[in-house]
Design a protein around this ligand. Structure first.
Ligand code: NAD
Length: 419
């Protein structure tokens, strides 16, 4: 079987960790059981470009149980777990192309290998496969029925493609499901971002000033968790509504240039470019740590930092210290790539359970309905979102109330007012 992974000898360790994650992914496991019986994806070729983690392995197992013929490549050069990639090939028979630390050329050669599979369905995290197919391999568009997209940045790119009438097939924006972004982006990115910083640096968070650029779903999760560990949190935003929410949530809010001299640790999670730039490096504290949890490694202007630095050295794995002309140092984590996936293991399985349940059910929906869908970006069907919330609650042993007939009638009427 064709594949490109670091070392197949790591497969046994990878399998054990995949099973450990699976134990905390009950919703996906129940979908996998049903898929194994019903085979809703029978014979469909799927090219998935996702972070190659234990949770993704369980999604691949689910798609394969449903009858799909899957290939997997990495959606980030630093997020691959090499033992998982090995187990996917050796234990689960999934063609996988991913090596942690691969260079840009190898990264794209892995995406090209996935496209060479001539997928009928694409499953992206950041829209690199969709972008590459449209730009470099338009012949591969033939036969594609549809796709899914996992993250905010990918959805933004796809919406821009659709606006330009460049997008040639329908794609479901999994990120937009409530059972995805309300949990994965907030609690998943929140916990794992702080986890990544701690694993990389072993620094105490308590009493430190943590600046967070972007108070979207990910940013608010990171803020909540940093505060929980005793940090003084400052938020930088460009959207007045989000800034107002941050103020009312109890955080200090200020422009980035004012926050720069205060930051002990600065996290970007905006999906934007050059959020930390030259003017900020100029006034940052000696020893400040900067990192990114947004999708691409452009949120920190690393080329400018390299230009300004008189020397650089790796002080710990994925911890790079830049010395500036005035003697100050600035510490960059994971080369500005997703710190939670590069320095830790990404989101814990329990939240990926819901994100990947969405992926699996959207793939099933796409297989059944794609022929009636025009090219464009689609919301996750409400029934899928609701089903996942119900299944997740049930798996947690949490019961809720149901509306009585009287309440259903009341909530759908307009006649009753002040009594
Ligand atoms: N690390 C992960 O595992 C992970 C998980 C999910 C999403 N993401 C990525 O994280 C990024 C954010 O996702 P989200 O769901 O929170 O998006 P979001 O749209 O909810 O939030 C982004 C926020 O950033 C703000 N912003 C934009 N430019 C800014 C700037 N220059 N300065 C300050 N704030 C700015 C926006 O106003 C918005 O409030 C995206 O790139 C997304 O793909 C990463």
């Amino acid at each position: 079987m064709d594949h490109h992974v670091k070392d197949l000898g790591l497969a046994a360790a990878g399998k054990a960790r995949i099973e450990w994650a699976d134990a905390d992914m009950p919703v996906l496991a129940s979908i996998r059981e049903r898929f194994a019986e019903e085979k809703p994806l029978e014979g469909i070729r799927v090219a998935a470009c996702l972070h190659v983690t234990t949770e993704t392995a369980n999604l691949m197992r689910t798609l394969a149980a449903g009858g799909a013929d899957c290939v997997l490549c990495a959606s980030n050069p630093l997020s691959t777990q090499d033992d998982v990639a090995a187990a996917l090939v050796a234990e689960y028979g999934i063609r996988t192309y991913a090596i942690k630390g691969e260079d840009t050329e190898t990264y794209y050669s892995h995406i090209d290998a996935a496209i060479a599979h001539r997928p009928q369905m694409t499953m992206d995290d950041g829209a690199d496969v969709v972008g590459r197919i449209h730009a470099k391999f338009p012949e591969a568009l033939e036969g594609i029925i549809g796709g899914t997209e996992e993250t905010t940045t990918g959805v933004i790119r796809l919406a821009a493609m659709a606006d330009d009438e460049a997008l040639k097939y329908p794609i479901i924006a999994v990120n937009e499901a409530n059972t995805k972004h309300l949990f994965d982006n907030r609690y998943g990115t929140g916990q794992s971002t702080i986890d990544g910083i701690i694993r990389a640096t072993n620094r105490l968070i308590a009493g430190r000033t943590v600046v967070i650029s972007g108070y979207g779903w990910c940013g608010r999760g990171a803020a909540m968790r940093a505060e929980g560990l005793g940090a003084n949190v400052i938020i930088c935003e460009i959207d007045p509504l989000k800034a107002l929410e941050a103020v009312m949530d109890g955080y200090r809010v200020m422009p980035a240039v004012d926050a720069a001299p205060l930051a002990d640790i600065w996290i970007t999670v905006t999906g934007d470019i050059h959020v930390i730039d030259r003017q900020h490096f100029e006034v940052m504290k000696n020893g400040a740590i900067i990192c990114n949890s947004g999708h691409f490694n452009v949120e920190i202007n690393i080329p400018a930092l390299r230009e300004m630095a008189t020397s650089e050295r790796e002080v710990r794995p994925l911890v790079e210290e830049f010395t500036l002309a005035d003697g100050r140092t600035i510490v960059l984590l994971a080369d500005g790539r997703l710190v939670n996936l590069s320095c830790a293991e990404g989101h814990p399985a329990s939240v990926m359970d819901m994100s990947f349940a969405n992926q699996a059910l959207c793939a099933e929906f796409m297989a059944a309905n794609a022929e009636n869908m025009e090219p464009g970006v689609y919301e996750v069907p409400e029934e899928i979102d609701a089903e996942i919330a119900e299944l997740k609650l049930a798996s947690m042993g949490v019961a809720i109330d149901t509306l009585t007939e009287e309440q259903i009638a009341y909530l759908s009427s307009w006649q009753e007012g002040t009594v």
